[in-house]
Ligand binder design. Structure first.
Ligand code: GLU
Length: 328
C-alpha cells in the first residue's frame, strides 16, 4: 500500500531544452540537449522547448529557427513548447515580460528587491570582493540607500534591480555532482533580477519559466551549478516547487577552453555538411558521454535502452583534436 501511494505521488518527468539563440547550436549545446533528452525519455518523460531569447541585443529569431531545425534533424524532438504548441510564442522568453513583471512585483511587494546604481566600473573595481574564479561578490553598496538618495541617483542613471539574499547556506543534491551547499551572501551577494535596460535577468526568468511550464527535471551544463542556489532561493520566495537538478560536464578543447557559440565552435551547421547524417554526431556524443565504448553511428533512440547516467564523466570532456580543427 505504501508503495502504491508513493508511486501515485511521483510526478511524470518533464525535462527541457532551453537554448539561447545568440548564435548557432554547437556540439556542446547538443551534448547537453542529448543528455536532457535521454534523462527524460528513458523514464517515459517529455521534453519542452523554451527559447531563451531574453536579450534582444544578442538573440535573433533566425537563430532560434535554425537551432530548432538542427535539433529536429538530430532526432532530438520535443513534445511541447516553441514551434509545436498552439501557443508557441509563449515559449519564447522575449514574449514573456508580462509574466516576469508580475512575479518581480511580488518580490518588490515583499521588500526583497532594491535599485542598484553601481556602474560597471564600480562593480569591477580591483577592491571589489572577488571569488577565486574571478566572479564578483556584490558588496551590498546600494542596499541601504535612503529614498532621497534613490530619487537623486535615478535622475542620473536607470538602476538595475537586485534581490536581497540571506546569510545562510542553501543546500541541494545534484543528480550528478551530489551534495552542494552555497551561501549566497558569501558567493554572489545580492544578485540582479532586472537589468538597467529593463530586461529581466536569466535567474528570475528561468526560475519562473521552469516553474510555470511544469518542468520537473533540469539537466544542463555544470557552468550553471552555481546558479542553482540563486534559482532555488527564488523558488522559495515565490512559493514554487523546485525541479530536480542534474548538471553535466562541459565539452572543452585540448587546452581546456569550453566550446562556445562566440568562437563559432563546432557548429552543427558545419557538422551537418561534413557528416551528412546525424548518426555519426550522436555516436560521437554518446561516446564522449561514456555510453558506448567507441564512437559509432547511432540514432538517439538506440541509446534509450542502454542509457546509464552513472557512466557520464564528472570532469569536463576533451573533444578530439581533429574535430576542434573544423572550427571556423
Ligand atoms: N539558456 C541557457 C544556455 O543556453 C541554459 C539555461 C539553463 O539551462 O538553465 O546556456
Amino acid at each position: 500500500m505504501l508503495f502504491r501511494e508513493h508511486n501515485l505521488a511521483v510526478k511524470p518527468v518533464i525535462g527541457r531544452f532551453a537554448p539561447t539563440p545568440s548564435g548557432f547550436l554547437h556540439l556542446g549545446n547538443v551534448f547537453c540537449s542529448l543528455l536532457a533528452w535521454l534523462y527524460a525519455k528513458s523514464s517515459g518523460g517529455k521534453i519542452v522547448l523554451r527559447i531563451e531569447d531574453l536579450d534582444p541585443q544578442r538573440c535573433t529569431r533566425q537563430n532560434a529557427d535554425q537551432l530548432a531545425r538542427d535539433l529536429e534533424w538530430l532526432g532530438l524532438t520535443w513534445d511541447e513548447g516553441a514551434y509545436v504548441s498552439s501557443n508557441s510564442e509563449r515559449y519564447f522568453q522575449s514574449q514573456r515580460s508580462d509574466v516576469y513583471a508580475h512575479y518581480f512585483a511580488q518580490l518588490q511587494a515583499q521588500d526583497l528587491v532594491y535599485p542598484c546604481f553601481c556602474s560597471r566600473a564600480e562593480l569591477h573595481a580591483a577592491e571589489a570582493p572577488h571569488l577565486s574564479d574571478g566572479r564578483i561578490i556584490y558588496a551590498g553598496t546600494c542596499r541601504n540607500l535612503t529614498e532621497t538618495e534613490r530619487r537623486e541617483r535615478s535622475q542620473k542613471r536607470a538602476p538595475a534591480y537586485r534581490l536581497k539574499v540571506e546569510h545562510k547556506p542553501i543546500s541541494f543534491c545534484d543528480g550528478h555532482y551530489s551534495e552542494q551547499s552555497y551561501n549566497l551572501m558569501e558567493e554572489s551577494g545580492d544578485f540582479i533580477v532586472r537589468r538597467s535596460d529593463g530586461v529581466f535577468a536569466y535567474q528570475l526568468a528561468v526560475t519562473i519559466d521552469d516553474a510555470l511550464m511544469g518542468i520537473t527535471q533540469v539537466v544542463r551544463g555544470c557552468d550553471l551549478l552555481s546558479s542553482t542556489p540563486m534559482q532555488l532561493y527564488i523558488y522559495r520566495l515565490l512559493g514554487f516547487t523546485p525541479p530536480s537538478f542534474c548538471h553535466i560536464p562541459l565539452l572543452v578543447d585540448a587546452t581546456g577552453r569550453r566550446l562556445s557559440k562566440r568562437d563559432g565552435d563546432l557548429e552543427i551547421a558545419t557538422l551537418r555538411k561534413v557528416y551528412g547524417s546525424p548518426e555519426p554526431i550522436i555516436g560521437l556524443l554518446a561516446y564522449l558521454a561514456g555510453q558506448i565504448a567507441k564512437p559509432e553511428p547511432l540514432r538517439v533512440d538506440n541509446l534509450l535502452p542502454i542509457f546509464t547516467p552513472e557512466n557520464i564523466p564528472t570532469k569536463n570532456i576533451v573533444v578530439p583534436n581533429k574535430l576542434t580543427k573544423m572550427n571556423r
